[in-house]
Design a protein around this ligand. Structure first.
Ligand SMILES: NC(=O)c1ccc[n+]([C@@H]2O[C@H](COP(=O)([O-])OP(=O)(O)OC[C@H]3O[C@@H](n4cnc5c(N)ncnc54)[C@H](OP(=O)(O)O)[C@@H]3O)[C@@H](O)[C@H]2O)c1
Length: 268
């Protein structure tokens, strides 16, 4: 049901993923079980979220084959100088033999170049299928692409109609780097947006579903988080309708550079 996107290294990734930032340990286990029951097959965690153990346990207990579930985790900023041991720690906490996608979480000025070389070494070990980055601006990617042996498969960035990131998205896509859109509901701040209620009613959907569908139709890989089984199911029910061109254009015109998470533009 969920479309798959082919990354430039040939691996495929489910276009809708389930994020677990701010899902506390314990709560995260239940949320991932609910997500897998609802049909999600792509989980996005990070060392800094403190819930890799829960994610791994939920995957094992689900009984779903490991090969059917796409798992991403991320190298935290303060671990960038020791990426290989940080990766080993993530693998151990997840209790997995391999990770599908390992990302540099943020482009820390002094350590990101060495961290990318370390990710290339980890990739050569076969314990991660694909490597990528998060929160990189064009200047960070220019630097990386000038030195890299392997090009990142994705750039995971905040993206929703109020932060459309058009320039960065065009930069990445013209270089074969796929966009992963995090905080597609503007970190929950826009699910009650009154201006979008009539649009949601037109499609018989919720505002959250319209926001997720917009991002899917933009071709992004979309990562959404919830710990509520009802909202987890709601966020998955976005493949049975299509936003028309006029409404897509309306959503496209709403950018106001609203950031609810990091702002990497000032990071040299
Ligand atoms: N790489 C990075 O630096 C980075 C940064 C931020 C996020 N991410 C990733 O992207 C994922 C998603 O982003 P996010 O967690 O910031 O925000 P989000 O998915 O935009 O929004 C999550 C918030 O919206 C609420 N929510 C979810 N579905 C809803 C619905 N249908 N109706 C009403 N409220 C709803 C959730 O509350 P409940 O849980 O109570 O439902 C939660 O408070 C993260 O979990 C993480 O995996 C990555």
């Amino acid at each position: 049901m969920v479309p798959r996107i082919q990354l430039h290294d040939g691996h495929e990734i489910p276009q809708l993923g389930f994020g677990v930032w701010k899902a506390a340990s314990g709560e995260c286990y239940k949320a991932v079980r609910s997500a897998l029951d609802a049909g999600y097959r792509h989980i996005d965690t990070a060392r800094i979220y403190g819930n890799e153990e829960d994610v791994g346990r939920a995957i094992r207990d689900s009984g779903i084959a490991r090969s059917e579930i796409y798992v991403t985790t991320k190298l935290w900023n303060t671990d960038q100088a020791r990426a290989e041991s940080a990766f080993a720690g993530s693998l151990e906490r997840l209790g997995l033999d391999y990770i599908d996608l390992y990302l540099i979480h943020f482009p820390v000025t002094k350590s990101r170049a060495a961290a990318w070389q370390a990710l290339e070494n980890i990739h050569a070990s076969g314990k991660v299928r694909s490597i990528g980055v998060s929160n990189y601006m064009p200047k960070h990617l220019d630097e990386l692409l000038g030195a890299a042996k392997i090009k990142p498969v994705v750039n995971q960035i905040e993206l929703h109609p109020w932060l459309s990131q058009t320039e960065l998205k065009n930069y990445c896509e013209s270089r074969g780097i796929s966009i992963e859109a995090y905080s597609p509901l503007a970190h929950g701040q826009k699910v009650e947006d009154l201006s979008l209620k009539p649009l949601a009613e037109k499609y018989g959907k919720t505002v959250a579903q319209v926001l997720l569908r917009w991002s899917i139709q933009k071709g992004n890989i979309v990562l959404v988080k919830s710990v509520s089984p009802a909202r987890i199911a709601e966020n998955f029910a976005i493949f049975d309708f299509e936003i028309d061109a006029q409404d897509m254009a309306k959503l496209d015109s709403m950018n106001e550079n609203l950031r609810t998470c990091w702002d990497p533009s000032g990071t040299p």
